[in-house]
Design a protein around this ligand. Structure first.
Ligand code: UD1
Ligand code: UDP
Length: 445
């Protein structure tokens, strides 16, 4: 009888599960356990090479599910895993992360009344358009043991009604793998293979369906990356999903590499770590790479509008740059601002803000979708955002000129109209407002 089944299926599962498997294998008395691979990822580059680099033993059972639509893939894994659970009667099933294999096996285990432990539980992007968000939420609902990486994950689970006894903060296992393998990675051949000098190149990974499945968006990213590559050599290990989409665009790889953008097959884990540690900058939409660059202190631009890993943003190495292909107006680079909403960190952009009002030492930021309290004094915002077209109209109010629809002067009293709101301008600030509005460099709409 297998006491514990560990399930892996896709590349990021391997890095997360490796430290846990090692710890259980080395535990006094030993644990009987079975490593089950669903077969979601099967290419040499995404699978075998990563197993070798992590020194993971080959899986005991391979379910051979392969690729397919979400329903096909999830269903195939479920059918095969159900037979295995019936046969082996495990006492615990451990799943990791947020991929389809995670969801499929937790549903099967829960229905067979086998307890589920979820490694990397509690992460939330709040973005239901991401298949991973559905996988995370359902898996967490079905799990008895939530192994979480960070305090925000604990808070998300508690808010959703999970039992505090079932939440165990184990830290970030992906980073455990990084720390274990970092030194070994430094001795590898990747830098010289690509002809790169440490600190003098950028590393790119993109594979989220929302970024690569839309041909217009992908073409735009390739154009932006080619422009950047003219200033800084870029290496882009291309995920198979992305490779297929680039092929469909009929853009020649030779043209991209002539522009300084080197496309490569997905790299082995150690090769990737070496480049990631030595890069001047990383551009990515990968969850794991956001975390690894944060741990390494390497600047990372995340091509997404939200993240389930807010710690990577609040830590300061990892701004979200959004995935909207429309470039911001010249001279008006936008800023991402983390805000707390019902205990969850969300992100708004400065350009969404109509006006800000002082609330003690805090400021309340008003957007069309609601208002958010941030721990920043109004005077600091005034200094920081003056160049972006924010101007004080009252002791306690700062408005964004780009959102001012009308300025009213009646009986010597001045007010500004922003969508449905009309705000009074104090006498003291009327002249300044008038001067700013008459200036030719008022920010473009
Ligand atoms: C999956 C995960 C995603 C994770 C990513 C890590 C889901 C819903 N998505 O996305 O969360 O970030 O893995 O890399 O589980 N393919 C190959 N060879 C392979 C595997 C896939 O060529 O070994 C191709 C197939 O054409 C397949 C496509 O890539 O249809 C997508 O693979 P899939 O596993 O469905 O999703 P990923 O995009 O890899
Ligand atoms: N990675 C790798 N080779 C590559 C790109 C990434 O080994 O060419 C590693 C990376 O170091 C991290 C993991 O893959 O440990 C992240 O997985 P991925 O980006 O596929 O999935 P996500 O984290 O977005 O779910």
């Amino acid at each position: 009888m297998a006491a514990v089944i560990h399930v892996v299926g896709a590349r990021p599962n391997f890095m997360k599960m490796a430290p846990l498997i090692r710890a259980l294998r080395d535990a006094p008395g030993g644990f009987e356990h079975l490593l089950v691979h669903t077969g979601q990822h099967y290419d040499e580059h995404l699978n075998d090479a990563i197993f070798r680099d992590l020194e993971l033993a080959a899986p005991d059972v391979h379910l051979g599910s392969g690729s397919g639509s979400h329903a096909e893939q999830t269903a195939r894994i479920m059918v095969a895993f159900e037979a295995l659970v019936r046969d082996r009667a495990p006492q615990l099933v451990v799943v990791a992360g947020d991929v389809n294999s995670t969801l499929a096996c937790s549903i099967v285990a829960a229905k067979a009344n086998v307890p589920v432990a979820h490694l990397e539980a509690g992460l939330r992007s709040g973005d239901w358009a991401m298949p991973e968000e559905i996988n995370r939420v359902v898996t967490d609902r079905l799990s008895q043991l939530h192994l979480t990486p960070s305090a925000d994950a604990d808070a998300n689970l508690l808010r959703e009604g999970a039992s505090p006894q079932g939440i165990v903060r184990v830290g970030n296992c992906m980073i455990d793998s990084l720390l274990r393998n970092r030194e070994r990675a430094q001795r590898g051949p990747a830098l010289s293979h690509f002809g790169l000098r440490a600190g003098n190149f950028g590393l790119v990974t993109l594979h989220r369906p929302s970024n690569v499945d839309d041909p217009g968006r992908l073409r735009h990213f390739l154009r932006v990356l080619s422009d950047l590559a003219a200033r800084l050599p870029l290496v882009f290990p291309v995920h198979p999903r992305t490779r297929a989409r680039i092929a469909a665009l009929e853009i020649s790889e030779a043209a991209l590499s002539a522009a300084g953008l080197q496309l490569a097959p997905p790299l082995g884990y150690l090769d990737f770590l070496q480049l990631e540690s030595a890069a001047a900058i990383v551009v990515t939409d990968s969850g794991g790479v956001q975390e690894e660059t944060t741990a390494l202190g390497v600047p990372c631009l995340t091509v997404r509008d939200n993240t389930e890993r807010p710690i990577t943003v609040t830590h300061g190495t990892n701004p979200l740059v959004g995935s909207d292909p429309a470039p911001p107006p010249v001279g008006d680079q936008d800023e991402t601002i983390p805000v707390e909403l019902a205990g969850v960190t969300r992100f708004i952009t400065r350009s969404q803000i109509r006006y800000a009002q002082a609330q003690g030492d805090y400021a309340r930021l008003h957007t069309p979708a609601g208002s958010h309290l941030v721990r920043i004094p109004l005077s600091t915002l005034e200094e920081r955002w003056a160049a972006a077209g924010f101007v004080r109209i009252h002791r306690s109010t700062l408005v964004s000129l780009r959102h001012v629809k009308e300025v009213r002067m009646e009986h010597g009293r001045c007010s500004v109209v922003l969508d449905e709101v009309e705000l009074q301008v104090s006498r003291r600030h009327t002249r300044e407002l008038r001067d700013r509005l008459l200036r030719p460099n008022r920010p473009a709409e």
